[in-house]
Design a protein. Sequence first.
Length: 414
Amino acid sequence: MATLLSPARTRVPTPPAPPAPPLQRGPAVVAGVLAVVLLAVVQTQHGTQKAVLLALGLGLGAALFHARFGFTSGWRQLVAVGNGAGVRAHSLLLGTAATLGLLLLASGSGLFGTTPGGVEGSIGVGLVLGSFLFGVGMQLGGACASGTLFAVGSGQSSILVTLFGFVVGSVLYTWQYDLVDDLPAWDPIVLQDHVGYLGAWVLTIGALALVVWGTRVVQARRNPPPTSPPPTAQGAARVVRGSWSPYVGAVVLAVLAAGVLWVSGGIWGITSAFALWGAKLLQLVGAHPETWSFWQQPDQAAQLSGPVLADKNSLTNIGIIVGAAIAATLAGTYSLRHRFAARQVVASLLGGIMLGVGARLASGCNIGAYLGGISTGSLSGWIWGLVALAGTWVGLRLRPSFGLDVPKRYDGVC
């Protein structure tokens, strides 16, 4: 397995990683205090279960930052130059998450009296159209759902535009929900319903092994440039201040994602919270999204009527942002001073809107639909990934129109 997951050899040696910059003590203290205050507030007002979800989000944010774990960059590098390192890391994440997730589903019991439940995504026009839009949006907006959150938390101010577009796209979908409510779709196909949990695990790991093999074949033929290592600390300080191997990050993220399933009974998700945040903001300015048919459905109505800090996905999202901020300040790389051209702002906004609309059409993003789907045996997760990869190809060809280049080195960021 180690041989399969390791990057294919290239003729050019990988350059050494530069040393990590000094610790940013003031911002690190602020981010740490914010995390403690949020944990205390959530614990006091909403109970231990919600506080644990926030804590898991903090861990997810730190792991995403330290491993520079990016879905957008991994797919971009595979399509653009044939570097499959990122996709191999994705495969390890998916395989580990599937092992833990299917075990939890088979056990039938979680913490706090929950019953773990997986994704049962329908297969139809919404899934295909939504995942394609998401793939294009990732390359224009510069980040996926998880990448957007950890990039904002780590101080990449340009991604704030993508996040804003993400929320706008989510709101547009909920506003015009009646237009897409009845798109043609077939019933979900869940592997364990047909071959049992062990069979679902074997099929999933076998398919991921084929993906790993395929990326190695592509990489050997195209011989891409070597990776560009991020700054890193040495010794024990590397754990909290330096960069992690993407494979270490994949395992940590899979364990934390399984923790979300175990604690809440539901998969780790992200983008439904963006629709909630947008609706809450509209209510603050006097609008009434609660009258829209999307928010009149029982589950959505309950979500909108409740506080943001009681919403599962909002808690982990906030945790990711704050956790990434803590990690970035400890690493000495946090900075909000970034310049970007007007065309790049347009690309980020347009990409974010496509991400928001696409995620809602496909009932999830690279985390909820892709990771959550594959790790809990749903065929919809595989379809999401394949179609989003096709969207990546289109998005890469649109990037030059907005003054965006296609990086030749894989750095794992976003």
